[in-house]
Design a protein. Sequence first.
Lengths: 333, 331
Amino acid sequence: MKIWLIKRLGLFLITAIGMSILSFLVLRLVPGDPVQLLIGERGAAPEIYAKLRQNLGLDRPLLEQYFLFVKNFLSGDLGISIVSQRPVWQEFMDRFPATLELSAFSLLWSLPLGLCLGILAAFKNGTWLDTSTMSISLVGYSMPIFWWGLILIMIFSVRLGWTPVSGRIALMYDPATVTGFYLIDTLISGEGFRSALVHLILPAFVLGTIPLATVSRITRSSLIEVLGEEYIKALKARGFSSKYILFVHALRNAFIPILTTIGVLVGSLLTGAILTETLFSWPGIGRWFVQSVTSRDYPVVQSGILLLGLMITFINLIVDSLYGVVNPRLRAR
Amino acid sequence: MSSPGANPYVKVQDHSITFRNQKSRGYALRNFSFTAAKGEVIGIVGESGSGKSILGLSLLGLLPESAIVDTREVILGGEKILLTSKSDLRKVRGPILGMIFQDPVNSLDPCYTIGYQLKEVLQRNPKVKNWLTEARQLLEGVGIADGERRLGSYPHELSGGLCQRVQIALALAQNPKVLIADEPTTALDVTIQKQVMELLMRKREEYDFTLILISHDLGLISQYCDRTLVLYAGEKMEEGPAVEVLRHSRHPYTRALLEALPYHDEGLLKPIPGLVPDLREMPKGCVFYGRCERQTEMCQTVKPQLTTDGTHGFFCHHPHPVKEQHGASRV
């Protein structure tokens, strides 16, 4: 177990170094001069150009730039955003709770539901229930998110007027930040909960669609495979009921691919659901990131890529360590 | 499930299995019957595809839904069983009919320890008070010396032979009246094969269950079984005392099987020409028609009836003569 952990952490470190090099190089590999890109087509006076270059540290050798970047990153200095002139870390922390709330809420309904649907479909394999569940999930899976979101906005926001079109909460409320989750903060401050909730429902629904479809499909296929195994037959021969076998034996054996999928989903949602956040003007990191790229806010992009990459790697590390808990065969390799 | 006293211990009468997805009605098992006494060892031999594995699964109600099982009567452990009744099947699985599968490692759930899987089964048995002592005893009983430690092992940490012992222990945990062993040694090394078979035989004496040994291995059958049934393409070809059937086989199929053994006396190994017929294109008469040395026109159209010659019975129009000593002595 110890060796395993050390190996994993070593792997994590290597990945992190790789990512830092990549995020560092991305902007420097952009054809042309990043400073020129920053200034835009109209150009600027040479003094301003030189100053900007110096500010960004681009006048120093590449290797030195890299080590400075890593050193600053490790000491918590992610740079200053060019657009807002605020520290990147602060900008990030302003937006991250919004993303966290949205993804948590969308996973909260989609993962359990997806699991249940997948189990049901596998258990009733071949019946109309299975076929219809899987057909619907295929539709959900292949639905372009921006289109799906627009349709829902058209129906629920525009036609029916049930939910607001965009934003996180009505402008009149400004809940004091305690947890960063508006749903909880508004409950604490006592007003605006309803507003926060109705703002959240539609984006959370849209964002949960693909996880719902993915999880239900992977659960079904993985379970069906396990249910065909010899030990399932042997358990039946020993007299256990199908339900007992399903929940105690089959599900645990089928859980590795499901866990992997969930890990990937959590990772991709936490790092910002770019389309959904943009569509609903949700003030999360996905939208922030897109804006930073379009406005060439280069410290944000550089540190942001690394930060998000580290988060995904960390989630993968957690998922990896859960494998052994679920399946003893994968322990202590 | 009723249990009048006069029933034989094990009886399967006119047992037929077909599969729904086949257009014409082909039989995976056809009008198959046998009886067995308490503690008897019955061997069922046949090539792959002869329907021998399907028999065990059908008695447990574990065939896929596309299978149609048609039976006149099934008696297991002296009790009449309705294979169509779910509650009957629930009672049968485990305490009445136990089954040991061919692949020992894959027949154990890889996610749980041996101890957990034993506990699970032992807790189904109302007579067991303390599962842990019982589990230790069971493991010891199947020749796993350091049972205490093995309780915490996972199946992948054990060898095939050990896994097969565990599988036997799991079956014995419910004290079955009948035990079906479906090719219990096929996946094991030759040396381990012998150990596992001896273990099964010891346990049969100890627990007094009827053992139904399904195998393609004639040597195994002749060594351990009281009676043998030879199965071909879902139909019974020959049956009788194991030694009789193999030494004085009358049916050309049994004879052909013996001649195909690598350690056969009379020199060259002799394969049976052709393949087991497709279930959908079964010959009208004898199912062995087309591969048989002794076939005549009659065999193609007329189904042979049971003939007995005192010691054993066979289904053949042109059996080998009685007196001819057949060289199966080393089998």
